[in-house]
Every structure is written in structure tokens, then in C-alpha cells.
Design a protein around this ligand. Structure first.
Ligand SMILES: Nc1ncnc2c1ncn2[C@@H]1O[C@H](COP(=O)(O)OP(=O)(O)OP(=O)(O)O)[C@@H](O)[C@H]1O
Ligand SMILES: [Mg+2]
Length: 258
């Protein structure tokens, strides 16, 4: 809405030698090992890694839902110590408030921060329209399809005007057809509402479609294995030979051991 738009070359997210070990009574489980990563303002970064490698843990570390065992996470110049409205999170399955309408869900953040009704309504409506849910403002979540719920989740996250969007396999539970549609929608939304995005997937097609840069992660304890810039013009074509070539490179990088 009011700001963003240009890539400034400033790093807005910075992971500095971040490690995470979960400790329970019986054992300690090192999940993230010494990861350093800088994400530029308005950059779309995809974290691509195998199942159970620690992708959600990395999202939670940036979100402030987990704290690193070693190292630091800096967002917008401040060390992350707790969750905050500057970081919007969209999960694989978005937990919507079941007794709130679509409008109620989307305006929840601004409302809880005491934004006046007219302003927050206008703001919520803008994002409801943007994600293609015009006409569903009064619907309750249990009447919505999986894809529509994820749209509400995205609109709700954007309505808080976060500095960064963290998306943890947001389309992972959708059928292929809906996922293609949502990828195209997200691309469009991001073009219009530029924002720094960290997006997790283990689908190489989705990664190449969306990313400015793909960070390929190893198995647990996860480390950065490789980085790939994707310079193809947007919106991208799944069947473009250059697109397929990048997918092939990813698969090659992932194949060689680990
Ligand atoms: N809160 C937690 N406490 C203890 N162990 C955890 C916690 N969260 C995750 N783990 C462990 O960390 C490892 C990585 O989990 P994580 O969910 O970060 O991986 P992931 O790559 O997101 O997995 P998936 O592909 O299933 O989404 C797993 O072994 C998991 O059991
Ligand atoms: Mg996960």
C-alpha cells in the first residue's frame, strides 16, 4: 500500500551463524547448524529442502516462535526475541478464527492494535479483494475450500502490513490444480504488494516459479547446501526450457549425496 516497491539492496533479514538444538529429557536433537543468510528488502527467497530437514524450524526462528541455541536472527535492524506484527506468517494449514467471518479474520490484527473501524475495514477490504475473495466477506471459515482459507490467511497476514512475510508450505496441502492457481495469485499479489518473502517448499517447480533466489538446504542438521538465483522474467512458464533447466540443476544438487 504505502511503502515498499523497490529493492533497496539493504538486508532486512539476517541470520548470523544460527544453530538450533531441541533439547528434551532423553536426547538433544540438532536441527539447524550454523546457518548464515541475508535476505534483501523485497526479495522473494525460497527455502528448499527435504522433508523433516528443519524448514519450519527456520521459519519459526525468524518468526521468533523459537530462539536460536547459537547465533542471532536480525529483522529490520533488531534482534528477534519474540513474535511480532512486523513478521506475518502463513502456514500449511492456516488456523482461522472459526467464529469470525472472513472480514473478521482479516481485520483481526489491525483491530487488536486499535486501528479505527473505517480505516481497518478499508484496509481489510483491499486485501480481501486482492486475494480474490470479494463477495465472501461475511462467510465463515467452515464454508470455505482449502484454497480459499489460504487466501484468507494471506490477506490476514498482509493486513498487518508486516515488513516480512514468512510462508511455510502454504500450498502444500492443496491439490495440484489449486496450487498452480495459488502460485499465480501469490505472484500477482507480490508484484502489487512488494514485500520481503521467505517461502518454504519442497516442490522444485513451485520454487522456480516464485523465487528470486533459492536456498537449497541439506538434511538435518540442516545447513545451506547451495544457492541459486532465478533471473527468469515473471510470470514464468512451467514448460519454458530455461525453467526446466533450473529445476534440473536443483535436482542434480539435491541428488549428490546427503
Ligand atoms: N518444538 C520442537 N521440539 C522438539 N523438536 C522439534 C520441534 N520442532 C521440530 N522439532 C524436530 O526438528 C526436526 C525438524 O523439524 P521441522 O518441522 O523444522 O522440519 P521441516 O523441514 O519443516 O519438516 P516437514 O518437511 O515435515 O515440514 C524434526 O526432527 C522435529 O521432530
Ligand atoms: Mg515443516
Amino acid at each position: 500500500m504505502e511503502h515498499h516497491g523497490r529493492v533497496t539492496g539493504e538486508s532486512i533479514i539476517s541470520l548470523q551463524n544460527v544453530s538450533k538444538t531441541y533439547i528434551s529429557v532423553h536426547k538433544s536433537n540438532e536441527v539447524v547448524r550454523n546457518v548464515s543468510l541475508d535476505v534483501q528488502e523485497n526479495e522473494f527467497v525460497v527455502l528448499f529442502g527435504p522433508g523433516q530437514c528443519g524448514k519450519t524450524t527456520m521459519i519459526n526462528l525468524i518468526a521468533g516462535l523459537q530462539l536460536p541455541t547459537e547465533g542471532k536472527v536480525i529483522v529490520d535492524g533488531k534482534e528477534v526475541k519474540a513474535p511480532g506484527p512486523d513478521r506475518g506468517v502463513v502456514y500449511q494449514t492456516t488456523a482461522l478464527f472459526p467464529f469470525c467471518t472472513v472480514m473478521g479474520n482479516v481485520e483481526f490484527g489491525p483491530k487488536s492494535r486499535k486501528m479505527d473501524k473505517a480505516t481497518r475495514r478499508e484496509r481489510a477490504q483491499y486485501f480481501i479483494d486482492l486475494v480474490g475473495l470479494k463477495g465472501y466477506e461475511k462467510s465463515f471459515p467452515n464454508r470455505l475450500s482449502g484454497g480459499m482459507r489460504q487466501r484468507v490467511g494471506i490477506a490476514r497476514a498482509y493486513a498487518n502490513d508486516p515488513k516480512v512475510m514468512l510462508m511455510d508450505e502454504p500450498f502444500g496441502h492443496l491439490d495440484a490444480q489449486t496450487r498452480y492457481m495459488m502460485e499465480a495469485e501469490l505472484e500477482k499479489i507480490w508484484q502489487q504488494e512488494k514485500r520481503t518473502v521467505v517461502f518454504v517448499t519442497n516442490n522444485s517447480e513451485e520454487a522456480v516459479y516464485l523465487a528470486d533466489r533459492i536456498i537449497i538446504l541439506t538434511n538435518t542438521p540442516t545447513q545451506i547446501k547451495h544457492e541459486l538465483k532465478v533471473d527468469l522474467p515473471r510470470p514464468r512458464e512451467y514448460s519454458d526450457p530455461a525453467f526446466l533447466e533450473i529445476r534440473r540443476q536443483i535436482e542434480e544438487i539435491c541428488d549428490d549425496t546427503l
